[in-house]
Design a protein around this ligand. Structure first.
Ligand SMILES: [Zn+2]
Length: 220
């Protein structure tokens, strides 16, 4: 049986000691940083079962940004894993997933917001911090606003598509230390919300810290 998703190419094995940048991102916090073309970004789920909501923008023109719709259409699969090419709203290749020790990442369910939390979990949860607020805070540092927040990737979030077509949010499958690594195919701004959600199992009901490493471009 053919599997056009297998993306069967050699996975670069990098030593964390070789990282040129190390960022520790506390539970529930946002982060953003530039990743240059050819560099790789590794996102590490330090304690396991932590959703990492992520957006990418072209570094020299934020109007071009990650498109979950184009990414899913191009690869013909509902999930993100090794071999997935992340596509922009201009149809260009932004990053390629080059390593993945978890195997399950979502780009359909979107980011949590105060509004969606009250719909799903009740008005009493409205005060809870949410990914959309994290994104709004972080993109504002780069001159963007809420209207620049588009459908994102949820690394390490387990959202199986049920036979009915419904999306389910179930226990995360990532183990402590699991990571996903992406090679930048253009200069990109990476914006992360380390998801603060405590009412569904995407974070094991307990948000935990993550770590981001950036590696230099391979020589040659
Ligand atoms: Zn969230």
């Amino acid at each position: 049986m053919s599997n056009r998703l297998s993306g069967f190419f050699a996975t670069p094995v990098r030593d964390p000691k070789d990282a040129i940048q190390v960022h520790n991102i506390p539970a529930q916090a946002p982060w953003s940083g530039l990743v240059k073309r050819g560099q790789s970004i590794r996102i590490i789920d330090l304690e396991g079962q932590q959703a990492v909501d992520t957006l990418f923008y072209r570094a020299d023109n934020f109007a071009e940004r990650y498109s979950s719709q184009d990414t899913l259409r191009v690869q013909g699969s509902a999930y993100v894993s090794t071999g997935t090419r992340l596509i922009s709203n201009e149809g260009r290749l932004m990053l390629t997933v080059t390593a993945d020790t978890c195997g399950r990442h979502d780009t359909s369910a979107g980011a949590c917001s105060c509004e969606s939390n009250t719909v799903r979990f009740g008005q009493h949860t409205r005060y809870l911090h949410a990914c959309r607020e994290n994104f709004a805070i972080e993109v504002a540092k780069h001159g963007m606003s809420k209207r620049d927040i588009v459908p994102n990737i949820n690394f390490f979030m387990n959202v199986p598509v049920e036979p009915s077509g419904n999306l389910a949010i179930v226990d995360g499958v990532s183990k402590p230390g699991d990571y996903v690594e992406l090679k930048a195919e253009m200069d990109v701004l990476c914006v992360i919300s380390n998801c603060p959600q405590i009412n569904n199992p995407c974070n094991g009901f307990n948000p935990t810290p993550i770590r981001v490493l950036v590696f230099a471009a391979d020589k040659g």
